[in-house]
Design a protein around this ligand. Structure first.
Ligand SMILES: [Zn+2]
Length: 174
């Protein structure tokens, strides 16, 4: 969850900027809520529109970055972790990240059509345990964000390994 997006080409988009602005708008809203006036109520709605606008812009920027990365590397597939899986793992988390993932997926799916790139979702459970180099699958291969294969010793960022492991024969995956 520290990364909003990771590609198998090694590019990361941090979630820090997203979290920063989410907290910022949350604070503005709660300040206004304490006023309770009609003016404050209208302002809360304005803050909400501003927030949605900023997040939408941010996600379009990330979507464009992912697509640029895929096009420049001649990728034919862009794989996302299954949104249902993300939702399960985020139960108790705020709507923010779930919303962000759904929008990001939609933007990428919509924008890549013209490049002939396929967008798909993958099960994060097994891919996060499977070594992308030798195929050995074991829960102990993964320790938080780091992946180290118990069999062949391959080491990388766990999210990177998961996406790299999806590469079908003869094609590249972003
Ligand atoms: Zn291995």
């Amino acid at each position: 969850m520290n990364q909003l997006a990771v590609t198998s080409t090694g590019v990361f988009w941090s979630g820090h900027e997203f979290d920063h602005w989410r907290r910022e708008y949350e604070k503005r809203r709660s300040d206004l809520q304490q006023c309770g006036s009609r003016y404050a109520h209208e302002n809360i709605q304005a803050v909400g529109r501003k927030e949605a606008g900023r997040f939408t812009m941010m996600l379009h920027r990330i979507a464009n970055g992912i697509i640029t990365e895929a096009v420049e590397n001649g990728c034919t597939v862009i794989a996302f972790e299954e949104l249902t899986g993300i939702r399960d793992r985020l139960s108790g988390a705020s709507w923010g990240h779930e919303w962000a993932f759904e929008r990001l997926y939609e933007y990428v799916e919509y924008k890549v059509e013209m490049y002939g790139i396929t967008v798909g979702q993958v099960d994060p459970e097994n891919t996060s345990r499977r070594c992308s180099t030798c195929g050995f699958t074991h829960p102990d291969n993964r320790d938080g964000e780091s992946f180290e294969c118990l069999k062949c010793g391959y080491r990388n960022h766990a999210d990177y390994n998961a996406v790299a492991g999806l590469r079908p024969a003869g094609s590249k995956v972003a």
